[in-house]
Design a protein around this ligand. Structure first.
Ligand code: F6P
Length: 362
């Protein structure tokens, strides 16, 4: 049944990704054409619990933002309304469920539907709210490209471009100093960014979570290169990579939550010890999320935004827009969050890497 829509809300949750502002603009422009009002919830769901946390979005607010990185309504990868952290006096935390408050606050503002833009965490929240009766449509976002049910998420191609550019630049300094450069890239527990940027930038070694590595194989490859007179090497490591029989490494900054990281240093240290070659390492980190979206990510983000508004108009709630080239279509949110999308071992990019002589650590 076609719903009667007058006002919708939009929010962005989880880590930012180039293209968020393009989605917001497409949502606002296409919703306005239908005569709807649009509200932006600041910082994921946090804005619902704060004064001035809900802002009016119209044509003038979203003018000139398509090419901008970040998100004009802010984001957070902390504020889960289903597991809201409350600090206790003794320094510990208690988690409470504020989902009914989310639904009630949206109702108080006469919001007929929510467009939730996010990765698997945000979309899981969206699914839970849908199950509690909220009209929700999801828009998939993550630089990691690890969301099931969509061929691509916006932000990924820009991140790959940023990483490829960095690897290209590292080639010249590695060669000049005859060094091994180890570069840790993002991607959580999937190797899409590392594999794509590594192949594009012709890295000598690419280590991804889907293929546990053997450090001996990595060092053999480096020693082979030096034996051939190619006295430098580029090693790309996905942050979620781990050795055969091992586990991914996590770090914590101050009292903050644990996050993946540290595998680059470990591998660089081991390479230097085993091969005796001068080795440097760097973590490209949040540079991969920063800056504006490239043309492909802008286009995908704009298409997703417009398609999400169509889903609201059609009453297809509990769904997410997804890409199955050449089309954007609707998939159940439940399908999208069921599992993460890893690099298939039979993927042609992986085959191409091997065909090019790249060491995959196995
Ligand atoms: O999911 C996107 C991502 O950038 C991951 O690649 C990375 O592991 C994580 O977010 C880092 O998140 P934070 O913003 O908490 O450092």
């Amino acid at each position: 049944m076609t719903p009667n829509i007058h006002r919708i809300a939009v929010n962005t949750g989880g880590g930012d990704a180039p293209g968020l502002n393009a989605v917001i603009r497409a949502v606002v422009r296409s919703a306005e054409q239908r005569g709807w009002e649009i509200l932006g919830i600041k910082d994921g769901y946090d804005g619902l619990f704060e004064e001035n946390g809900i802002v009016r979005l119209d044509r003038s607010v979203v003018r000139g933002i398509t090419h901008l990185g970040g998100t004009i309504i802010g984001t957070t990868n902390r504020g889960d309304p289903l597991r809201w952290s409350v600090d206790n006096e003794d320094g510990s935390a208690t988690f409470i469920d504020r989902s009914q408050e989310v639904i009630d606050t949206l109702a108080t503002h006469e919001i007929d539907a929510l467009i939730a833009i996010g990765g698997d965490g945000s979309l899981s929240i969206a699914q839970a709210l849908f199950e509690k009766g909220l009209n929700v449509v999801g828009v998939p976002k993550t630089i990691d490209n690890d969301l099931a049910a969509t061929n691509l998420t916006f932000g990924f191609l820009t991140a790959v471009e940023t990483a490829t550019d960095a690897l290209d630049k590292l080639h010249s300094t590695a060669e000049a100093h005859e060094r091994v450069m180890v570069v840790e890239l993002m991607g959580r527990h999937a190797g899409w960014i590392a594999l794509s940027a590594g192949v594009a930038a012709t890295a000598d070694v690419i280590l991804i979570p889907e293929i546990p590595y053997d450090i001996r194989r990595v060092c053999d490859k480096i020693e082979e290169r030096y034996a051939e007179g190619r006295n430098f090497a580029i090693v790309v490591v996905a942050e979620g990579a781990f050795p055969v029989g091992g586990k991914p490494l996590f770090q914590r900054q101050g009292g903050g939550p644990e996050h993946l990281g540290g595998i680059g240093v470990r591998i660089a240290t081991e390479i230097a010890e085993v091969t005796g070659q001068e080795t440097r390492q760097l973590v490209l980190g949040h540079l991969q999320r920063g800056g504006g979206p490239n043309a492909q990510d802008r286009l995908l983000a704009l298409r997703f935004g417009a398609a999400a508004v169509d889903l609201v108009a059609e009453g297809q709630f509990g769904c997410m827009v997804a890409l199955d080239p050449p089309n954007v279509f609707a998939v159940p949110l439940a399908e999208a969050i069921a599992e993460i999308k890893k690099v298939p071992i039979e993927s042609d990019i992986l085959k191409a890497a091997r065909a090019l002589g790249t060491c995959m650590g196995d």
